[in-house]
Design a protein around this ligand. Structure first.
Ligand code: SAM
Ligand code: ZN
Length: 390
């Protein structure tokens, strides 16, 4: 994983900033996490061991199904919405800076100060709130923690709002300099390069699976970076391979504190995945956007009854609003609906990538697929909603 990406992460034990040395991510408190040989970082707190997420077979089936391009329209919609949000945000920052310049007060926010400031503030907050915090070994990856117990469930809160606000401001200034072509020679690069590089735009996908959507968004604009978070190490293995120069994969539990620094992301993606509103809001920078994809009633309807797939929850829409409403307000919503023509192999993969595969015996499923037309027309119908923090 690229060191710049590691530097936007935070230690799942104490909440301090992480930095990559050789193949180990360390925090100042000496908690250490080795990169897996497949390139992902396991930051799963010990309290979450036993939560496995998607199995190897499900991930493989998802990879193969998505490679068929059937969900391409979802990816295109996410790319367009991300670019729109980033452009709007750039325009807001330029307008704000213009106003500041006019008042004669604009400060450049040297990139070099960013990481240090974040780290120090994190340290203070982490030591206090995370007392009793270290844990014994996210899948055996933590060493040097000294036998304390799980801190991830507790309130290990990171940088103070004020501190990160400054950092964010500095990052955005760096981003603009880079955009003007000064990135390579900027002397601030030496000390502030880690977080500074990501300032151009970090996209985080929660429950990223194979990284299919994240890779699409990151590829759509120069100098975007991506972090794929997923509790499944099989998913993380794939996501780590999808674009290793620009996308990092981290194993973590979306229902606990995310191992990402406050205000680090400009876009958060959540596609058919667990939604922890407060954490997604915390990692979003001011002006950042959360993009959520949820299935509609018509989604895969032709297959649901015949194959006995898990139905879309009729209350999904209400539950989505409820789950996000304390932290976010909805700023937009669009439907993505197309007819897919799936041959039987694609149907098999589609079923195998969902939890339905666990509920129905293989032979029985094969028998039910055999009676379908080949190819069979199946509706893709999802809602892409856009949310901003309140
Ligand atoms: C339906 S898949 C969606 C994957 C990806 N967004 C896509 O659409 O291709 C849901 C993903 O959420 C992950 N997941 C489930 N529970 C999780 C948790 N508690 N924390 C993080 N990821 C989780 C699964 O491992 C799986 O990769
Ligand atoms: Zn630590």
């Amino acid at each position: 994983m690229h060191p710049d990406l590691v530097s936007v992460l935070r230690c799942p034990v104490c909440g301090d900033a992480l930095a990559l040395t050789a193949r180990t991510a360390n925090c100042p408190q000496r908690h250490a996490f080795d990169l897996a040989k497949q390139g992902y970082l396991n930051l799963l707190p010990s309290a979450s061991t036993g939560i496995d997420g998607d199995s190897a077979e499900m991930v493989e089936a998802r990879d193969a199904f998505l490679a068929g391009g059937f969900y391409g329209p979802i990816r295109e919609a996410l790319v367009a919405a991300s670019l729109r949000a980033l452009e709007e945000h750039d325009a807001e920052v330029v307008a704000e800076d213009g106003a500041e310049d006019g008042a004669g007060g604009a400060e450049d926010g040297a990139g070099g100060a960013v990481q240090g400031a974040g780290g120090v503030e994190d340290g203070a907050g982490g030591a206090e709130d995370g007392a009793g915090g270290a844990e014994d070994g996210a899948g055996g990856a933590v060493h040097g923690a000294g036998g304390v117990e799980d801190g991830a469930g507790g309130a290990v809160r990171g940088a103070e709002a004020g501190g990160m606000g400054d950092a964010q401001h500095a990052l955005e200034n760096r981003g603009k300099h880079d955009a003007e072509g000064g990135a390579q020679d900027d002397p601030a690069d030496d000390s502030g390069h880690q977080a500074g590089t990501t300032a151009a735009g970090l996209v985080v996908e929660v429950g990223a699976g194979t990284g299919y959507y994240l890779a699409g968004v990151v590829a759509a604009r120069a100098r975007l970076w991506g972090l794929g978070l997923d509790v499944s190490r099989y998913a993380a293995r794939r996501a780590a391979r999808v674009d290793p120069e620009r996308i990092g994969a981290v194993v973590c539990d979306a229902w606990r504190e995310l191992p990402v620094q406050d205000a680090a992301a400009r876009v958060v993606l959540n596609v058919f995945a667990p939604r922890n509103a407060t954490e997604m809001a915390r990692i979003l920078a001011p002006g950042g956007v959360l993009l959520v994809v949820t299935p509609n009633q018509a989604h895969l309807a032709e297959l649901i009854a015949v194959l006995g797939l898990v139905k879309v929850d009729e209350e999904k829409e209400r539950r989505l609003s409820e789950s996000l409403s304390g932290s976010f307000e909805r700023t937009g919503s669009e439907s993505v609906e197309v007819a897919m023509r799936l041959d039987h192999a694609a149907v098999e993969r589609l079923v195998a990538m969902t939890p339905s595969a666990r509920h129905t015996a293989k032979d029985e499923l094969a028998g039910r697929i055999a009676v379908l037309a080949d190819p069979v027309e199946v509706t893709l119908s999802v809602t892409l909603s856009t949310w901003r923090t309140v």
